[in-house]
Design a protein around this ligand. Structure first.
Ligand SMILES: Nc1ncnc2c1ncn2[C@@H]1O[C@H](COP(=O)(O)OP(=O)(O)OP(=O)(O)O)[C@@H](O)[C@H]1O
Length: 153
């Protein structure tokens, strides 16, 4: 059977629209890599100043990395802990971004879809935090208990 040419043409047109590089709808586009980093830093700084949970995750994550170094965990174990902490912080940032977009869209009105979006984003943070606790429990707790036992003997 011959392919439907009309569909192919319309796909090509829509591909072109989706892949448009100029991003005309954006109020501003970062001019270079340095300015992109500046905006990323502004996002991190905003989350740290305004989100209590983000601050808690930064502090707990730093303590976990410090403890891992103190306990002389292997490079692989430190990498797993770092990746887990990074995932929690990234989830928290995405949660903050999504909250802002939802608030921008519905303002102070109640909407069932806004509730679903925010609840699911909060759920994603919770799942990543539980995974981080399990990873910390598996990698940090055994050497910590061994150290405490040998110190108390
Ligand atoms: N516009 C809205 N419409 C419906 N429900 C909303 C709306 N805004 C917030 N909610 C509900 O209130 C809850 C708390 O909203 P909030 O904006 O504080 O999000 P949050 O993820 O709990 O915040 P944080 O991550 O800072 O603790 C949401 O999870 C959602 O159930």
């Amino acid at each position: 059977m011959s392919p439907d040419l009309s569909t192919q043409t319309s796909n090509k047109v829509s591909d072109k629209v989706i892949a448009k590089p100029n991003r005309d709808l954006s109020w501003r586009v970062a001019a270079n890599l340095w300015i992109s980093f500046k905006y990323a830093w502004a996002g991190l700084s905003y989350a740290f100043r305004t989100q209590r949970n983000f601050r808690i995750h930064v502090i707990v994550g730093s303590l976990a990395i410090g403890l891992g170094a103190f306990l002389r965990l292997s490079a692989v174990e430190m990498s797993i802990i770092s990746l887990t902490i990074g995932a929690v912080l990234a989830m928290e940032l995405l949660n903050t971004a999504l909250e802002s977009v939802v608030d921008l869209t519905v303002k102070q009105s109640y909407h069932e879809l806004a509730k679903i979006a925010k609840d699911c984003a909060a759920g994603a943070v919770l799942i990543s935090a539980i995974a981080a606790i399990l990873v910390a429990g598996s990698l940090l707790l055994p050497p910590l208990l061994t150290l405490l036992q040998s110190t108390l003997r």
